[in-house]
Design a protein around this ligand. Structure first.
Ligand code: MG
Length: 249
């Protein structure tokens, strides 16, 4: 595993640059009462689902299969793939199965299916969605995941029925890290930004949504349960969904 040394903190969505999470400087919860929110915008990978699948897939599984296909070793494969991942980070191509299938000449859908057993909900996530539905909240899944990835994830974790809308950035033509995504989402689905809560593990996504005008924003303390928590990114961190259940705020 020596080849993984430089990839220790790599994941598909973000590369943490902050020090270990500092509980004493955590922001206060933006919500004191669920009555202030009627729409919940919620991310999938690293928020409702454990980011371990995505990290393992891109850090381990893809370089392994690329090395086999090209008769090179794991480190050589990682050294070829990783710089290009960094170069297109945050673009729609970064999140596109078709792009990576063409670029690597690998069947990324087939490879994801090989590892689908690693797709798991985060603790309390499905119960949280259930309670939000019970409290009449409008649930919108907002994700950068490619539609083909959504099919794989929904086949592994049956939770699509909780959502009134499922929106991927590929449908809207802009990644969630941009204001354009949120503007286009608002044009397509009527919601009141001042009465909405976005939960997303990605600080860049939260910042873009904040610029657009979404009032309530929360992040995830430890998106990948096999990795250290991410640093304090300025947004209120959820360690377990129990902490924001109605009655616990
Ligand atoms: Mg995410």
């Amino acid at each position: 595993m020596a080849g993984l040394k430089g990839l220790a903190y790599f994941n598909l969505e973000h590369i943490p640059t902050m020090p270990q999470f500092a509980m004493e400087s955590s922001p206060l919860s933006p919500l004191s009462n669920w009555d202030a929110v009627d729409t919940l915008l919620v991310d999938m990978d690293g928020t409702l689902l454990d980011l371990n699948f995505d990290n393992y897939f891109w850090k381990i599984h893809v370089p392994t299969r690329y090395a086999e296909a090209n008769r090179i070793n794991f480190k050589q494969a990682s050294d070829l793939i990783y710089p290009h991942m960094l170069a297109i980070k945050g673009t729609l191509n970064w999140y596109s199965i078709h792009y990576w299938s063409d670029y690597l000449e690998l069947d990324i859908v087939a490879l994801k299916n090989e590892m689908a057993h690693l797709i798991q909900p985060r603790p309390g996530a499905l119960e949280f969605l259930e309670v939000m539905r019970h409290h009449q909240k409008r649930l919108i899944l907002t994700t950068n995941a490619h539609p083909d990835t959504l099919v794989i994830k929904f086949s592994q974790v049956r939770f699509e029925h909780y959502f009134h809308h499922v929106i991927t950035s590929h449908q809207l033509g802009a990644p969630k890290e941009t204001c354009e995504f949120w503007q286009r989402l608002h044009e397509n689905i009527a919601f009141e930004p001042s009465r909405s809560l976005l939960i997303d593990d990605h600080a860049g996504v939260l910042s873009a949504a904040q610029k657009f005008g979404i009032e309530n924003l929360m992040t995830i303390h430890q998106p990948d349960l096999q990795q250290p928590a991410q640093g304090n990114n300025g947004f209120y961190p959820i360690e377990h969904f129990n902490q924001i259940m109605p009655g616990n705020l």
